[in-house]
Write a protein that binds this ligand. Structure first.
Ligand SMILES: C[S@@+](CC[C@H](N)C(=O)[O-])C[C@H]1O[C@@H](n2cnc3c(N)ncnc32)[C@H](O)[C@@H]1O
Length: 275
């Protein structure tokens, strides 16, 4: 599994935005995870904020009314297509912004303690090696707020795909690319990976699932096609017939059960730098 290669899917910024909408509309938990993550913290003195793997600024947008009025939000993401969307999200939140179309290594250029607040939603599994660097560029009294998937993310759907691959191609895969990715950073190893650098002041689970009725199946397919490389092992990536067969099997199942439910729980870590 190569995290960088998987991150290539996000080059299609329009489909990413469309799929984020699909996930939001089909989530059974309608609470705003960003509000839960930031609840009860006084960020009114925060002037320098970093959003790592920011894409279109999902997390930054939730800072509306929370930061110092002169605050600046810096976003880093691989793809230029998010620049305008990120700028708009920050503007609508009431803050100026800067966007770097760069890999996360860009953080090496910031001084020690430069940021008062560092955010990272659904991205740290791509670059867990950056954790020491996050601690270095965070102010001593600053906070690092991370939202990530739980280790059992979509596990029954992953099993469905693995069973399909076994029955249709007679191949056994212990882990799909998405599972390999999540193993890099999830609730199963986050406390251990953060421990040398951060004290976790808040850990909270956000229990959620996706629910699609049969008539919404096309929306699920849009999501599945967008994230195809996360679900289909690399050596089967060119096997169009397999993807069609998986899609047909899933459609039959959803039709007979009249709904598709996929667990999609997340976890929030709000951290302070170890002194
Ligand atoms: C699942 S998306 C999450 C986007 C956003 N944080 C959100 O919550 O909607 C992960 C993002 O991380 C970015 N990303 C992954 N690895 C990266 C890296 N090494 N450097 C910069 N961006 C990266 C991807 O391009 C993608 O936009």
């Amino acid at each position: 599994m190569q995290a960088n290669k998987l991150a290539d899917v996000f080059s299609d910024n329009n489909t990413h935005i469309s799929c984020a909408g699909i996930i939001a509309r089909h989530s059974t938990n309608t609470n705003d995870i960003r509000e839960i993550a930031l609840k009860g913290v006084d960020l009114s003195e925060c002037r320098e904020v970093l959003d790592m793997g920011c894409a279109f600024g999902f997390f930054s947008r939730a800072l509306k009314g929370k930061l110092n009025s002169g605050a600046r939000i810096t976003g880093i993401d691989y793809w230029e297509g998010y620049h305008e969307h990120f700028t708009k999200s920050c503007r609508e939140a009431g803050f100026k912004s800067e966007y770097y179309c760069k890999g996360i290594e860009k953080t090496r250029e910031f001084n020690d303690g430069h940021f008062d607040l560092i955010l990272c939603s659904y991205a740290l599994h791509f670059f867990p090696y950056a954790i020491p660097e996050i601690a270095r560029i965070l102010d001593k009294s600053g906070r690092f707020v991370c939202i990530t998937h739980v280790s059992t993310h979509m596990n029954e759907f992953m099993k469905f795909i693995k069973d399909c691959i076994t029955s249709k191609r007679n191949s056994l895969y212990e882990y799909l690319p998405y599972e390999e990715l999540i193993k890099e950073f999830s609730d199963a190893n986050a406390p251990e990976l953060l421990a040398d650098w951060f004290e976790i002041e808040k850990k909270e689970y956000y229990l959620n699932s996706l629910k699609f009725e049969y008539e919404d199946f096309q929306s699920f397919l849009e999501y599945f096609r967008f994230k195809r490389s996360f679900f289909i092992p690399d050596d089967l990536s060119g096997d169009e017939e397999l993807v069609e067969e998986i899609t047909r099997s899933l459609a039959e199942r959803v039709k007979s059960e009249n709904e598709l439910r996929i667990s999609k729980s997340d976890v929030i870590y709000r951290c302070r730098r170890l002194k």
